[in-house]
Design a protein around this ligand. Sequence first.
Ligand SMILES: [Zn+2]
Length: 269
Amino acid sequence: MFRVLEDSASAGSPRGDRLPRRPLLRARLGARRFGVVLVGCAALAGLYGGALLYAGRTDRQLFGAVFNRAHTQERVLALTFDDGPREPDTRLLLDALDRAHVRATFFMVGGAIERNPELAREVVRRGHQVGNHSYSHARMLFVSTAFCRDEIARTDALLRTAGAMGPIHFRAPYGQKLWSLPWVLAEMDRLDVLSSIAIRDYDRPGTDRIVSEVLRQMHPGAVVALHDGGGERDQTVAAVEQLIPALRAQGYRFLTIDELRALDRRGQP
Ligand SMILES: [Zn+2]
């Protein structure tokens, strides 16, 4: 304030040597303003980055319940498959799981169920658990609660038509959620099932790589996220055929998500 007054006074001064003060002050104020904007931008970028990091966490969200593993010492795990159903990989996977007497959990996308209603029915008929993985597989970060409700309700209806009984759990597309999706899930009393082992099998890294990565990261109570839809998944199907005997040899049993949840010792003495 004093500086501004002094500057106004000096501006009217006939003394030439004092004239450059005004542009100098302007520059100083400009630099300060620039600094404030810079700090503001950095804070916003930090907040945004922090929000995205939080959005991708598999063990917590702002509202409602998340399940991403069972806290147990028992050698048990759940195989989960996302983004299907899709021909021919879901069907080949069902055959492989049948041959090995393994039941898994399929988080289906509503749009994919509409394209393959018979295959969705087949997954339920063969005794696997099914879950809701949204209708359009949109990233549900900066979306409205109405959008979330619509995505969930449309896919619920399709899953019920396919024969799904009991509670239908949800899995956030890309495992990402901020406030609106958790809010709606909590409001609907729905569990968000994420994972403790997520292999980027959708990048088609090769069957051996998928197998070795799952084995490397395996732990008691694991929820493994793989993909039977969203693109060609022959590598994933082949990997599952190798993983089942390899994990059984280590003493692991395969459970559905609800069976695995029943063994979760978190909060118990
Ligand atoms: Zn997905």
